[in-house]
Write a protein that binds this ligand. Structure first.
Ligand SMILES: [Zn+2]
Length: 461
């Protein structure tokens, strides 16, 4: 077929950053976008969300989504609003989680725009949200769901298989076949020892591999993160403080609750009140309960986890938590302190040294979470400066990402070397460290692509 003679891949996001994942496949007549993420963190990255895509949204035939996190899906409402009319393919779990995450994202963007208008702090007149909750609701209608391992056509002569990635519920590796060439996207790859998810499926023989590299230059501590959390909770409870845990509403909130429920059962932490302040995390748990086959949680685990926590749904209940004081534990989103209810808790509790702030996942450069992790102690929250005197603790152990050793070990198991490996979804140091390991330890060809670069898939270089 002539139109498949020169298939190409263009990196529209996820290069030099863990955000904005968007990979455009052009078969020479049809366009397929793998992931459609939002840029987050540094301002120059976030500004890219306002720059039109290099191809018209209407010219894209189909989208395939690896998993529900916003750095992989958060641009979908804008894509549909801007004229994309094709299907959005994903696993069932991903589609269900997207119905929570994308609507929430639309609401947050509207709220931010309203706040900017109120403060007059925006250069846009009047400040417009990147998209609205209504745009998000419209994009949800385009989802088409598939079982894992079911091979389906996304365009003429282009087939896709979703393969379990073990990262969060529904998370998939995406394998594309284009006229005999196999292109494999890891999406975000999970950990073999994740307390929630089963291990990612092994890598088969592929022509081109596009891998994530979030932890390309780091390995998770072999210590049980539960120990560390238990010690912290005990220490802070003793001084009457609040433990404020920043967790991705989907995935991390569940593993923190599971860890707390096990610590409590073993008598390793005092019985301090726990609040799960994220309506989305509460709804996400119901979706996890519908997909028992995808994770390790039993009925007993669910009842221990959600029996432990008081669920905070309304904004008024959330505000009351700021008056309550310690000892208590609050789990809230967002995980990188870039928005959401946790910001109000940071304002309320961040200044008191008897409290503690736990960063329970990867903190992308340019976010408040990364600033705190890097030692900055003045945060700007809703236009006000907050001095952080609370103890700040990073717990990488709760990460849902494979670390450097796990990624290399996973690649090593592949029956043959890909002709080319492109390293994406990592900040520059992480991506380059993984590149060197792939080159030296596996002897594979590997490269970190540039933003907006196009590569030829038949002759990848
Ligand atoms: Zn993810």
């Amino acid at each position: 077929m002539t139109r498949h003679q020169h298939p190409s891949l263009r990196f529209l996001g996820g290069t030099g950053t863990v955000t904005g994942s968007k990979y455009l496949l052009d078969t020479g007549g049809q366009r397929i976008l793998v992931d459609c993420g939002l840029f987050q963190g540094f301002k120059q990255l976030r500004d890219r969300n306002r720059t039109p895509l290099p191809v018209p949204a209407a010219s894209i035939d189909a989208v395939v989504i690896t998993h529900a996190h916003l750095d992989h899906t958060g641009y979908l409402p804008a894509l549909v609003r801007d004229g994309f009319t094709g299907p959005i393919h994903s696993s069932k779990g991903t589609a269900q989680l997207c119905s929570l995450l994308l609507l929430d994202s639309g609401h947050l963007l509207e709220e931010e725009a309203r706040f900017a208008a109120h403060k007059g702090s925006s250069i846009h007149h009047p400040p417009l949200p990147l998209y609205t909750a209504a745009d998000a609701a419209r994009s949800l209608k385009s989802f088409r769901t598939h079982e894992f391992d079911e091979r389906f056509e996304v365009a003429d002569g282009v087939d896709v298989t979703l393969i379990p990635a073990g990262h969060i519920l529904g998370a998939s590796q995406v394998h594309l076949g284009i006229g005999g060439t196999g292109i494999h996207f890891t999406g975000d790859l999970g950990r073999p020892d994740d307390p929630l998810m089963y291990p990612p499926r092994g890598l088969d023989s592929v022509d081109v591999l596009v891998t994530e590299s979030t932890y390309g230059n780091r390995n998770h501590s072999p210590e049980d993160p539960g120990e560390e959390l238990g010690n912290l909770v005990t220490r802070v409870a003793k001084r009457g403080g609040v433990v404020l845990i920043a967790a991705f509403a989907v995935g991390r909130a569940e593993s923190i609750l599971l860890s707390l429920s096990r610590l409590l059962a073993k008598g390793k932490i005092p019985a301090v009140p726990v609040f799960l302040n994220s309506p989305m995390a509460i709804d996400a748990s119901l979706i996890y309960q519908q997909h028992r086959e995808e994770h390790r949680l039993s009925d007993k685990d669910f009842s221990a986890m959600y029996g432990l926590a008081t669920l905070t749904r309304t904004a008024d209940e959330s505000k009351l938590l700021n008056l309550r004081g310690g000892p208590m534990i609050i789990i809230s989103a967002s995980g990188m302190l870039s928005g959401g209810r946790i910001l109000h808790h940071l304002s309320a509790y961040g200044e008191d040294p008897k409290n503690a702030i736990v960063l329970a996942g990867y903190q992308a450069g340019g976010t408040r979470g990364a600033a705190l992790e890097g030692g900055q102690r003045t945060l700007k929250i809703y236009g006000e400066y907050v001095q952080i005197r609370a103890e700040v603790v990073s717990m990488d152990g709760f990460s849902a990402h494979a670390d450097s050793n796990t990624l290399i070990g996973w690649m090593k198991e592949a029956p043959t070397a890909p002709r080319m490996t492109y390293i994406t979804h990592g900040e520059p140091e992480a991506a380059d460290a993984l590149r060197l390991r792939i080159k030296h330890e596996l002897g594979w060809r590997a490269r970190v692509p540039e933003h907006l670069e196009t590569v030829n898939l038949r002759n990848p270089s």
